[in-house]
Design a protein around this ligand. Structure first.
Ligand code: BJW
Ligand code: ZN
Length: 271
């Protein structure tokens, strides 16, 4: 059976739910002006984003990968949460006063959910604003703009811009105990495992939830892509909010097509 788009019926389910998981992807931040990962917005210079988000790309050319992440850090710092982030954060706040629980599991690394006020948050793929040292493994928060002098003015996304060939010594370096190691973004690249604590927490919430919303994700990247189908397989209502259908749409009870900056407030406001 194809999914329903009956918003009134969905709102009745929301009103009764006590433990809700909201799984989000790049589409939730698209209306803030943050490019999505795939599709037309997914290019930086001539590279597809998924070809730069790998350990191999970083080992081969850390300067190039840092330029890409520096550009994304600066972009996100200039953007703000949109009505979808805000409706989700307000929903959590309102429901917590009623003894009901809302957990956001995001694949996004932009921290826009946090900035909107979401407090119960799992950042599955890390954050643009944390670094990990490749030498001592130290993980630190970092909101510096630019993250280091070597990257100032670098990272322009236009396809005709030449790569800067920044020497490794001018890239972000570890300041912990004079370590000096090369820093990398504390994000999860293809082929890398997600953090055990995030996987455990997600599994617990997905097992206990009585409603799941899947917002702005193409549902092609594992393990996140299997989270909502697993919930649906337990007979729990799952609603997808996206501009288009995804490979998993067929498994869900509801599908709301359109910009989630409109559909999410419609679904959650006063429900
Ligand atoms: C809107 C909208 C609006 C737009 N309103 N909607 C099983 C089978 C096959 C492969 C694998 C498997 N298990 C693991 C793998 C390998 C791999 C994987 O999944 N590959 C697939 C691509 C085939 N996974 C991994 O490597 C993971 N590690 C792992 O599993 O370790 C163990 C292991 C390794 C190897 C083999 C087996 C096991 C790690 C994955 C880490 C993903 N990292 C990235 C980069 C993070 C850092 C960064 O951002 O730079 O995470 S990749 C990228 O994709 C990023 C995103 O979080 C993630 C998901 O993308 P998302 O959010 O869905 O964005 P888009 O752009 O794809 O979609 C946007 C959607 O929004 C679209 O649908 C639009 O329509 C919609 N939209 N505007 C509503 N206004
Ligand atoms: Zn270090």
């Amino acid at each position: 059976m194809s999914p329903s788009n009956d918003m009134n019926a969905f709102r009745e389910i929301v009103k009764k739910a006590k433990h809700i998981v909201i799984l989000t992807g790049a589409g939730v931040s698209a209306e803030s002006g943050v490019p999505t990962f795939r599709g037309a917005g997914g290019f930086w210079r001539t590279y597809q984003a998924q070809n730069l988000a790998t350990p191999t790309a970083f080992h081969k050319n850390p300067g190039l990968v840092w330029e890409f992440y520096h550009y994304r850090r600066e972009t996100v710092l200039s953007k703000n949460p949109n009505p979808a982030h805000i409706a989700i954060a307000e929903f959590e706040k309102r429901l917590s006063g009623e003894g009901r629980k809302v957990v956001v599991i995001t694949q996004n690394i932009d921290e826009l959910h946090r900035r909107a006020g979401t407090s119960d948050l799992v950042e599955l793929h890390g954050s643009l604003f944390r670094t990990r040292c490749t030498k001592c493994d130290d993980v630190s928060s970092n909101y510096d703009s630019p993250i280091c002098e070597g990257l100032r003015g670098k990272g322009a996304p236009d396809p005709n811009v030449e790569n800067s060939c920044i020497p490794e010594t001018d890239l972000p370096r570890c300041r912990k105990n004079n370590c000096g190691g090369l820093l990398r973004p504390a994000v999860v690249w293809f082929g890398e495992g997600l953090e055990e604590k995030d996987l455990t927490r997600s599994a617990q919430e997905l097992e206990k939830c009585d409603l799941c919303l899947v917002v702005g994700t193409s549902s092609v990247v594992y393990p996140a892509a299997m989270f909502a189908p697993q919930v649906a397989a337990r007979g729990i209502p799952v609603a997808e909010f996206n501009l288009e259908s995804t490979p998993e749409t067929i498994n869900f009870g509801f599908h709301f097509e359109g910009q989630c900056g409109s559909t999410i407030p419609q679904a959650l406001l006063d429900a």
